[in-house]
Design a protein around this ligand. Sequence first.
Ligand SMILES: [Zn+2]
Ligand SMILES: [Zn+2]
Length: 233
Amino acid sequence: MATARTPRSGKSVPLTHTWPKVMLEIKTLEVTFVQQKCRLIFDPETKAAVVVDPGGSADELMTTIKELGLAVTGILITHAHIDHCGAVAALAQALSVPVYGPHQDDDKAIEALELQGECLNIPWSGEFQTQFVREGQVLELLPGHPISVLHTPGHSRGSVCYYCPDQKLMLVGDLLVHGGIWTRKQPGMDRAQLMASLTRLKTLPDDTKLLFGHGPDSTLGEEKEQNSYLAQA
Ligand SMILES: [Zn+2]
Ligand SMILES: [Zn+2]
């Protein structure tokens, strides 16, 4: 076996050694009356964490972040609907971290967040600065666990999915839900685009875990069998 000598200890270590893979942990918090699933994705060893889709109350999210002792490195947004980003401004300020996403095509929806909040009676913590993400971008927010961006329009123009390949984990926002899709008509929704995005999703491995914005989680294989929209795509 090939070996390398470490200069300090003089001990030999095998070059083929692979470190055990760290499984990221997921803490889910249901926020707002539509029970949107805000996710804290974190490395249990380093406590490095990202917050995905923080709707609802920043204070409540901060309580859990502190309880878990997380070192949040960024906030990710899948799309600009108020249930997914009502707490972004307050949370970004409390944590002093950057905000990423969604795709720039949701810029009009971001401008309308306050109005969305008023219409749906969902709290909005104010305007925020974000770095729009683009197709194929890789975010290095969790050391050792790159997060890839897929631009998956349909539910909204700028909807994205965040994919963590080493964990086979996909945060899909509201692109689909377990067994179906969102059918309520809303600005930016486009069925043809949505079906094209679902076609793309199908190219990933069947054991990819799907974390939806609402409702129970699933796997891509399960959805291929049980979700008629995915079957048609
Ligand atoms: Zn939505
Ligand atoms: Zn939603």
